[in-house]
Design a protein around this ligand. Structure first.
Ligand SMILES: C[S@@+](CC[C@H](N)C(=O)[O-])C[C@H]1O[C@@H](n2cnc3c(N)ncnc32)[C@H](O)[C@@H]1O
Length: 275
């Protein structure tokens, strides 16, 4: 006898660009599940979801919670996950939709899936097209060329992190860098000066960095503004801006490991040593 409760959860991503970045399997969950619960910023995507879903709940009003004294974005995300779980517990097949990839810098889906599984419900995530995927395509950067580090801006600021200047460094949420209140959706030059100073411990202030904003609909231009690191504090940033820091130094050979491999008869192909 199957004791699994009847509710079910799948978390899907709608991609970044309106229409076209949704995978066929995610679309089929949106169309066929009992209810779609969505936290997507694009009004047209919301409208489209509402039209094709059997039942629809928009989570965007939950963002108002963090305006209440004593509440932060964490409370907002917790309530969003709770709203999703409420419908799962009611025995529905729930499709929770988020923009981009549902599991990249998107804690709500991870929380909801963990909660649902802990209560015995079937829950899983379908991958979506994230800002990172768009960045690779739009900027023509291959993260495999010299490796990649990827970090949230404020996390980089407040923790001791070791940055490798020979790899690509992707800094998410630069538009809210330095916000410790978890209430704000912007940043200011003083905060950006602190992250600039910290980055300057690894990079020259003349190092060229990219302010990246993927177009979210067909009539919008992708932003890929190249600026000097020193100019970051006064740059115009949005919530969707991602800071892209290309490698500043060439890869250095680890001669000890290379010698070990050569002792096994391996020969280094010339291209492998290039950045
Ligand atoms: C909370 S995270 C959400 C990421 C999303 N789940 C994804 O898969 O891309 C928000 C951050 O993603 C990045 N981001 C979101 N939209 C973007 C866009 N249109 N262009 C570039 N980066 C974007 C920014 O770094 C932004 O601060």
């Amino acid at each position: 006898m199957n004791n699994q409760p009847s509710g079910q959860l799948v978390c899907v991503g709608t991609g970044l660009r309106m229409a076209g970045q949704l995978t066929p399997i995610s679309k089929s969950y949106i169309e066929s599940f009992d209810i779609v619960i969505a936290a997507v910023p694009n009004i047209f995507t919301r409208q489209w979801l509402k039209e094709i879903a059997k039942e629809y709940i928009c989570l965007n009003d939950h963002y108002e919670d963090s305006k209440v004294d004593g509440k932060t974005r964490r409370d907002t995300y917790r309530r969003m996950a709770d709203t999703i779980l409420r419908e799962v517990r009611a025995g529905k097949r729930v499709c929770a939709a988020f923009y981009g990839h549902p599991g990249i810098f998107a804690c709500i889906s991870h929380m909801a899936i963990a909660d649902a599984r802990s209560e015995g419900f079937e829950a899983h995530m379908e991958p979506g097209i994230s800002a990172l995927d768009c960045l690779v395509a739009d900027l023509g950067i291959d993260p495999g060329a010299c490796g990649m580090q990827s970090m949230e801006a404020t996390q980089f600021m407040i923790y001791q992190r070791v940055i490798d200047p020979t790899s690509l460094f992707v800094v998410w949420q630069i538009g809210i860098a330095g916000d410790l209140t978890l209430k704000r959706y912007d940043t200011e030059p003083a905060h950006l000066q602190i992250i600039t100073d910290k980055l300057a411990q690894t990079y020259s202030l003349d190092h060229e960095v990219i302010l990246y904003e993927a177009a979210t609909h067909p009539f919008e231009q992708t932003r890929a503004d190249k600026i000097r690191l020193r100019d970051l504090p006064y740059a115009s940033l949005k919530q969707i801006t991602t800071l892209v820091i290309p490698a500043a130094q060439a890869l250095q050979i680890d001669h000890k490991v290379l010698a070990q491999l050569e002792a096994l008869g391996q020969v280094l192909a010339p291209k492998k040593v290039m950045v």
